[in-house]
Design a protein around this ligand. Structure first.
Ligand code: DON
Length: 297
């Protein structure tokens, strides 16, 4: 079924545009494609370039959110959970909404969640990396310092967002510290295999690979719900319509989707649509779900 999904995505492979606002991402092959399925009982299967690491970018926001919620506290007072209907790096809503970002997956919201995780752990990036290593079993998984540096050098928008949020008193740590950890977790390189395994706790209602609980089943449901409504930004409606699963995209071209009770799927191909979502990855997920009927609807 993964092979059929890959074939179905072939007509859009390489169409769209590789993200170049982070220059270190621009060199990647637009025709690369991989897809992996990790089932709740522990199997993992893949096709194409499914073991090739790529920049996970905003997919990391899903893990910062889960790790931030896992340690309790009232994160939802500092970040909303409504779709923004705006691009992922937009500044416009922050002023009228007094420094409370619309949701944890737009850049503004992820900056607040990273701040919370930094306060809770003292090392927000390390917490995300260690979680991904443990769930994927890939001890070599790590940040790509060249990508992190490139993000920082071209990070005027994120810096503006962070300073603006700080002006409303919604950051506990220095802006520079929060941005450093934010860029570092966005710059993590991981494969479809790694990410499907790491996302599996959301298909297992909050249970980690070792059987321990990261999230209550209610919180796992909530994270899945926010992924469905906000995980693909101003294209979340279209993604829900086509794929019908909670999903989180990144400008590296990856999309992680959760099939509660069944498993996690990760598709990757670097060329993006206008909203910053991979055309071939979304096409393959659409084809897979259409063929299997494994949507939440
Ligand atoms: O801050 C940024 O713009 C990137 N590190 C992450 C953006 C991203 O992946 C949005 N996803 N589609």
């Amino acid at each position: 079924m993964l092979c059929e999904a890959m074939e179905a995505a072939r007509p859009v492979l390489g169409t769209g545009k590789v993200a170049d606002y982070i220059p270190a991402l621009a060199a990647v092959d637009p025709n690369a494609f991989g897809m992996a399925l990790a089932t709740v009982d522990g199997d993992v299967h893949g096709v194409g370039d499914w073991e090739q690491p790529f920049s996970i970018q905003s997919i990391s926001k899903l893990f910062t959110l889960a790790l931030g919620l896992a340690r309790g506290g009232d994160l939802w007072k500092r970040v909303g959970r409504e779709p923004s209907g705006n691009p992922f790096n937009s500044l416009v809503q922050l002023e009228t909404e007094q420094g409370i970002p619309r949701n944890p997956f737009i850049n503004a919201g992820a900056i607040v969640v990273t701040d919370r995780l930094q306060t809770l752990t003292g090392d927000a990036f390390g917490a995300v990396r260690d979680f991904l290593r443990a769930e994927s079993g890939n001890a070599l998984l790590d940040a790509d310092p060249a990508v992190a540096e490139s993000e920082a050098l071209h990070g005027h928008r994120n810096a503006a967002l962070a300073h603006f949020i700080a002006s409303y008193g919604n950051l506990d740590n220095p802006v520079e510290t929060v941005l450093q950890h934010y860029y570092a977790h966005c710059s993590i390189a991981a494969s479809c295999r790694d990410l499907s395994l790491a996302g599996r706790f959301l298909a297992r209602h909050g249970l980690r690979a070792d059987g321990s609980r990261l999230l209550s089943s209610s919180d796992a449901k909530r994270v899945n719900a926010v992924m469905l409504t906000c995980g693909t930004y101003d294209a979340a409606g279209e993604f829900a319509y086509r794929v019908g699963l909670p999903g989180k995209s990144g400008v590296g071209g990856g999309v992680l989707a959760v099939m509660p009770g069944r498993g996690a799927l990760c598709a990757w191909s670097p060329a993006l649509d206008q909203a910053g979502n991979s055309l071939a990855a979304v096409g393959a997920l659409d084809a897979f779900v259409t063929a299997t009927g494994w949507s939440v609807f």
